[in-house]
Design a protein around this ligand. Structure first.
Ligand code: M6P
Ligand code: ZN
Length: 202
């Protein structure tokens, strides 16, 4: 069958298969891969990231499979979000995290596989850390930056759904970071203050 999504316009109704075994979307239009060498500044210990690159290579930290949906009001974006297991120092593998460009837009993450957290933080500092596990849907309200964190030993896989015109705003997360981070302490995940908050690019 011909693809039903062409260019930036949905021309017809369509379906996507969801592989029940690996819990990932079949037949995506885009595959985004984020490797460690492009993410060295987002950790509390960037030197640990550099050591990891030198000694253990350049791992795929997370990836996204998505359909190409017009970025306009009324549409619905959806994707498979896969955060791989691993750590940089004591800090778990995680996504960069973002606000939505249109700040008042929400997102849901339906967790299909793995164990971890959704870290959410508003500009005024209000923050939440909710556990993600299969069968649980996390609702991220508008105005909250959000980041997936894999605290398990298999990929953390979710179906993410958000408004067509939400967009991604990475600006302040790249420069300031989140106020809190999740690290492993005594074999367990723990949320601590980000010692590099406000100076992630230094
Ligand atoms: C989820 C969705 C995507 C997002 C991805 C990776 O799949 O929220 O919109 O792009 O996670 O996260 P980030 O954009 O923060 O790198
Ligand atoms: Zn989002």
């Amino acid at each position: 069958m011909k693809p039903v999504v062409s260019g930036n316009m949905v021309t017809k109704p369509f379906f996507v298969g969801w592989d029940p075994k690996d819990a990932v979307m079949d037949d995506p239009d885009n595959h985004i891969e984020r490797y460690l060498d492009k993410l060295t500044r987002m950790w509390i210990d960037p030197d640990a990231a550099k050591r990891h690159l030198k000694k253990k290579g350049n791992p795929l930290v997370y990836e996204v499979y998505e359909k190409e949906i017009p970025q306009r009001d009324g549409e619905i974006q959806f994707c498979s979000s896969i955060t791989h297991p691993g750590k940089i120092g004591t800090e778990y593998f995680m996504t960069k995290g973002h606000f939505h460009k249109r700040r008042d837009t929400a997102e849901i993450y339906y967790c299909l596989k793995g164990r971890g957290f959704m870290l959410m933080e508003r500009e005024d500092g209000e923050h939440y850390l909710l556990e993600m596990r299969p069968g649980r849907t996390v609702y991220v309200p508008g105005d909250f930056a959000h980041r997936s964190i894999n605290a398990g030993d298999e990929p953390l896989i979710s179906l993410a759904v958000y408004p067509g015109d939400a967009g991604h705003d990475y600006g302040s997360i790249e420069t300031s970071g989140f106020r809190y981070v999740v690290v492993e302490k005594d074999g367990r995940p723990e949320m601590i203050e980000n010692p590099r908050y406000g100076r992630m690019l230094e």
